[in-house]
Design a protein. Structure first.
Length: 166
């Protein structure tokens, strides 16, 4: 098992992972991601900016996460604990359906925390789509606190905002 920054050669594997994950989520009634969102351009940009990290095992990409400092617009009205500090945003955490429930998401979040500490971030923020089993428990088990919620203009199910101070 290895977590590493994605490089251009990983793009096909990342796109495949996203396609499988989106299909699986949509089959479960979770329509917050689709073939256009997060989108190929966003993934390419994330690779170019060294913000996309992949979980590889036996040279197979089994999971991914994007780590960056770009605050999503939906976060503007949330009462976060940390103000004006160096914040790391955890975005687009995805694990291939065949390997879900095996601790990969936990490892990616733990890796993110180590990355945040190594790069002097004061806190980490993430949002969880309300319809995903186990995601909220993962956040609380790893020391995140729920700080609010918001609705996307395209979704009825709320997103829950979590933060962890470092």
């Amino acid at each position: 098992m290895k977590i590493q920054q994605a490089v251009a050669q990983d793009l096909i594997d990342v796109l495949y992972l996203m396609k499988v994950c989106v299909s699986d989520m949509n089959e479960k009634g979770q329509k917050h991601w689709n073939n256009a969102y997060p989108g190929t351009d966003f993934l390419i940009k994330s690779i170019e900016e060294n913000s996309l990290f992949i979980y590889k095992d036996v040279e197979t990409v089994r999971g991914m996460i994007v780590l960056n400092e770009e605050e999503p617009e939906e976060y503007k009205n949330i009462e976060w604990q940390g103000k004006g500090e160096k914040i790391l945003y955890l975005r687009f955490l995805a694990v291939h359906p065949n390997w879900q429930g095996k601790g990969i998401a936990k490892r990616l979040v733990e890796y993110s925390e180590g990355y945040a500490k190594d790069h002097s971030y004061s806190s980490m923020r993430v949002d969880i789509y309300g319809g995903i089993d186990g995601s909220e428990k993962l956040c609380t088990d790893l020391g995140f606190s729920q700080t609010g919620q918001f609705h996307s203009k395209f979704q009825q199910t709320p997103y829950y905002a979590y933060e962890k101070s470092l």
